[in-house]
Design a protein around this ligand. Sequence first.
Ligand code: RM4
Ligand code: MN
Ligand code: MN
Length: 432
Amino acid sequence: MSDTMLIDAEFVGEQNANLEADLRADFDHLGTQLERRGVDIDAIVKRIQAFHVAIPTWGVGTGGTRFARFPMSGEPRNIFERLEDCAVVQQLGRATPAVSPHIPWDRVDDVAALRRHAEALGLGFAAVNSNTFQDQPGQTHSYKYGSLTHTDSAVRAQAIAHNLECIAIGEQLGSTALTVWIADGSNFPGQQHFTRTLEHYLESMREIYARLPKGWRLLLEHKLYEPALYATVIADWGTSYVCAESLGPKAQCLVDLGHHAPTVNVEMIVARLVQLGKLGGFHFNDSKYGDDDLDTGAIDPFRIFLVFNELVDAEWQEVDGFDPAYMLDQSHNVTDPIESLIESAAAVQRALAQALLVDRDALTAAQETNDALGAARLLREATQIDVEPIVQMVRAGGGGAIDPITVYRASGYRKRQANARTAERTGHSGIV
Ligand code: RM4
Ligand code: MN
Ligand code: MN
């Protein structure tokens, strides 16, 4: 991290000092427990240290629902301030060194200055997200009836041009991926011709694909419904897969955990996409009903674990080209987003750590001998081990906070920002 410590480093150090002895004792105890299972705790620590999950720039603003947004005092007013808040998440949590920007919410006149600002804060840029689900002021054509799949080629051309602009901005920021989620779909039976809309999508995406810079990938994000309430063009992983396959090797599928019907088995989708060589990335969040964008692990931590169980399995199998881009995608309506993001990144780290504890040889043996209970036990046991000391040790070792939420609250950061960030927000970010 740079010199620009947004929370006094000495203060973080003092707070850590009070907890170090307890952490050491907990960590050593866990190390002994894991040793008994044949697991080297230091290897797990190394793996968690190397694991990063990107923060969405829109996630540090207060989110909202269809009904209202309740802004918080001291929330960031522009992308420069959003990056400061992202840097606090990284300073204390040490799991989130990159941010995933959203264009045009994060559009600036001087992209190089934005990159310098991020670098000074110790942040890099992950996948760029395009936005053709809203009309922007001064835009020639409306996306009311679609964007990349619109019936009118002029609207499609505008949406393609926007995605190309996102790539150009991403290149200047040092990003290497474009994530495309479109809101295109219909509200009434018969409103759109299913086949023609998908053909338009593929034609449009081909033009974007053709302009991907070297080393870039195109991440296709599917979503079951909303805002379209009858039919969504890219509604499921199957459609997404078919499109990614038809576009070419640089196109892959992105799985947003909240973008499926409530009973769908998401971990199996993950396994299928791994098997098909098309798993490009994730948007982590949690949900109970729909695309709720709640904090990762807040509702069903076992589901996140099961997703990571598939990912660790893929690593263990040494699946060729397996390299998903990990991001959070959440909307923080009732919490301080900085706290939610720190907690969520830790929930992702915990899921990975627990998945690493699964005895893969034993699991394979249980599966091959149809030992259903034995297999289930191996997974359950891994989730019953409290891996918190590992996550805390990774944070402490990286210069973060052992107890980041307590340190953040005690730092008075938000209060300071409430006094400093008094003027109106410029630019818009977040849903609503
Ligand atoms: C969508 C989708 C996209 C995100 C927008 C804000 O539901 O999850 O990834 O960019 O919301
Ligand atoms: Mn998403
Ligand atoms: Mn979503």
